[in-house]
Design a protein around this ligand. Sequence first.
Ligand code: MRU
Length: 326
Amino acid sequence: MRTIDWVDGAIELVDQTALPDEYRLIRVDTVDGLVEAVRRLAVRGAPALGIAGALGVALAVRGEPDPAAAAARLRAARPTAVNLARGVDEALKLLDDGFEAVLARALQIMADDVAACRAMGERGADLVRELTGRDKVRIMTICNTGGLATVERGTALGVIQTLHERGQLVEALALETRPLLQGARLTAWELGRMDAPYRLIADSAGPFLLARGHADAVLIGADRIAADGDTANKIGSYALALGARRAGVPFLVVAPETTVDLSTPTGSAIEIEERDPAEVLCARGVRLAPEGADALNPAFDVTPHDLVTAIVTERRVIRPGLGERL
Ligand code: MRU
């Protein structure tokens, strides 16, 4: 499965809003179509957004009267994952060289993602073994950080996949990840396809289950890692980090180097996307709250670096909690 690809002159995406009920591919051949797909989370997850950004610039160069303005619209479609802006910026560097050069750069970013995820999987699985001292482990995770959030193989979920392939995974505990249920819909779907042992848990059960010893490590992805190691990721990650610290469980962030943003000094400078209150007030189109209720809907939170045991990238392991710098 390729979550995002360039096929016959257009972007082909797995429509993640339709999963797990339906595996549906959509073709996107305009920048405005891509902006819409990004906003409604048909394509989502930081690395996949980076590739969408770069491929979107190819669409802009080919079809837009003002490619730079169109690229700026795409860049601003979602603010928190730095990969989107970075993917756009990388491809834009080749704007003057024309469509073929921009497309080649975007395809290179896509190939780099596949290689990076493989490397993170191996390094992360080795580190889990080292930190837990266990041959067989139970891992808690949030949101979806699998192949659906990248191109083929995930970041945090890629590590879980590697552990499973090595015969070291006892169980993955996946948070359902309200309000949009990326855990219940997407991570469960991917774990099932891997034939990996897993159970879903309610988001609010995470810290308590850590306190009761149900997981040996917590693995999360990231949307943006500030220079000091503060990490923006799906809302609920911070609560898991607090619970993991209290329970003495290692808390690992697994993300490619493209998610590290050295121009953002600390987490307080990271813009957090606020999404439509309707996502909280409803679940998959069914209203939960009474008419007239309002909601606050931050899509991400920031885990302070001192709660992060280690950050695993395709190149290195950094331990911000021990004062190591990115
Ligand atoms: O709102 P989403 O679904 O795009 O949020 C995704 C996450 O928070 C992921 O954990 C993050 O992007 C890393 S994906 C490898």
